[in-house]
Ligand binder design. Structure first.
Ligand code: NAD
Length: 439
């Protein structure tokens, strides 16, 4: 699992060699530690023309990150550029004018967040200008380097609805999220009493939680105050118990494909389930011409059918009820496709279809949001089993030139599970360091 190349580039001879040969130099990403839960430095808050997100409201939201906010800051930890008022191609020059002089000053592992608005269906000039921001962000994310990330948030209403999103994107938790566009609706949000334990009093289920990403998601949700049940297949046995015990969670050995899976989950949550994280997943790689029906269905059954069936049952029976959050796990393979993974990519693309279709209805009928994380190359047992050359390519073929860590998916999931993220619904957020695959 160890990324030896990354370690080599951190040595003096490694640095010299990579520079001489023009090889990728992955930056050391600044991740959250208990001692350093936030970025270090100021946020530069810039506005192009007149904001539609409410300038004072946005200023208050940015101040709530705990970082000092200024119109101009030397070497800022982050730049937030409010382009919500940009409604014409000509007005885009304002984005260039404000960022051009300061873009290089952003600290290593810093953040650039561009704020836009949803595309107008009636004003094609506004739609062109706002979609232009998407291409701008994706390109800047590719050229910015030094572990910095660049993301676009489209805000439909006032900035308050985007507070949990901005806090996440301006935190170390989003270290491996770059080149993404997230839509935030104008739905009124519930603000937690304590932003450091937003899930206090809530329950959560994480499937596939014995190890890897699921264990990291559990750890993050426990940290955020939730009472978490870790579910994994009965074969995971001892590993599941050890993980649950280490993280202060309960263990539920259960095969998600079992006919009674939803009932067993409901039994474990007699007072209702606040956060449902569908993380369990398997791969059985073969080219289609060599793939047996058993290989096909074993992957589809775990990764997609069980997710559909248990989600339907838990919503229908009200086990996941108003204020609930469902986060499913897709993959960039479900976006880009991957040779040898027709079954896996079909299952993960299916998750994206599920999320996009169910999200508006789940919100309207149950008050529940449904989103997906789409990990890229994350350092786990799953990717450790990938052949060496493909594994190296997976690690380097992204803007940050390294694999992500399970905690990166954990932090992204925690943001989507947040009580103040009711305005984030139907989104598929890639946690992939801006992988070139499917970009
Ligand atoms: P992993 O293999 O380390 O963990 C997956 C867990 O799911 C295992 O503990 C396994 O026992 C459990 N599981 C499998 N079938 C189950 C079933 N029927 N019922 C209950 N539990 C079951 O994998 P990971 O890398 O931690 O991946 C977690 C999720 O993220 C998966 O859905 C995977 O497809 C997805 N993903 C991972 C990556 C990556 O780079 N690691 C990339 C994209 C997507």
């Amino acid at each position: 699992m160890a990324d030896r190349y990354l370690r080599f580039t951190r040595t003096a001879p490694g640095r010299l060699l990579t520079r001489r040969l023009g090889l990728p130099e992955p930056a050391a990403l600044r991740r959250r530690t208990p001692e350093h839960p936030t970025l270090d430095g100021e946020i530069a808050h810039l506005t192009v023309g007149s904001s539609t997100a409410g300038e004072p409201e946005l200023a208050a939201v940015l101040a709530s990150t705990g970082l000092p906010v200024a119109a101009a800051a030397a070497d800022p930890a982050a730049i937030v550029i409010d382009a919500t008022g940009v409604a014409s191609a000509r007005a885009l020059a304002g984005v260039h004018a404000l960022l051009h002089p300061v873009v290089r000053s952003v600290a290593a592992s810093g953040r650039i967040v561009v704020l836009g608005t949803p595309l107008s269906a009636t004003d094609h000039h506004q739609a062109a200008a706002q979609q232009a921001l998407d291409g701008f962000v994706r390109s800047l994310a590719k050229e910015t380097g030094r572990g910095r990330t660049v993301n676009l948030v489209r805000i439909a209403g006032g900035a308050r609805a985007a507070e949990s999103t901005l806090r996440f994107l301006l935190s170390p938790g989003s270290a491996y999220v770059s080149g993404q566009t997230v839509e935030v609706s104008d739905t009124a949000v519930t603000t937690p009493d304590d932003w450091s334990r937003p899930l206090a009093g809530r329950t959560a289920l994480v499937t596939g939680a014995a190890r890897g990403i699921g264990a990291a998601v559990t750890e993050t949700l426990v940290r955020d105050g939730a009472r978490v049940v870790c579910l994994d297949a009965p074969q995971a046995g001892g590993e599941l118990d050890r993980t649950a015990e280490r993280l202060g969670a309960a263990a539920l050995p259960l095969d998600m494909t079992a006919d009674d899976a939803a009932e067993r989950i409901a039994d474990a949550f007699p007072d209702g389930l606040g956060v449902l994280v569908h993380n369990a997943g398997v791969t059985r790689d073969r080219r289609l011409s060599n793939m047996s029906a058993e290989h096909w269905s074993s992957v589809l059954d775990v990764n997609l059918t069980s997710v559909l069936d248990t989600t339907d049952a838990l919503l229908k029976t009200g086990v996941v009820a108003a204020g609930g959050r469902i986060v499913a796990t897709a993959s960039i393979a479900g976006i880009a496709g991957n040779s040898g993974q027709t079954n896996y990519a079909a299952s993960k693309a299916g998750i994206i279809g599920l999320v996009r279709s169910l999200a508006p209805r789940a919100a309207a009928d149950h008050g529940v949001t449904v989103n997906a994380v789409a990990p890229g190359f994350i350092e786990t047992s799953m990717t450790a089993a990938v052949p060496l050359l493909i594994r190296e390519a997976g690690r380097r073929m992204n803007s940050l030139a390294q694999g992500g860590l399970p905690e990166d998916v954990g932090a992204t999931t925690a943001w989507l599970a947040h009580p103040a993220s009711g305005s984030v619904n139907g989104q598929v957020v890639r946690v992939c360091g801006q992988s070139l695959l499917g970009a």
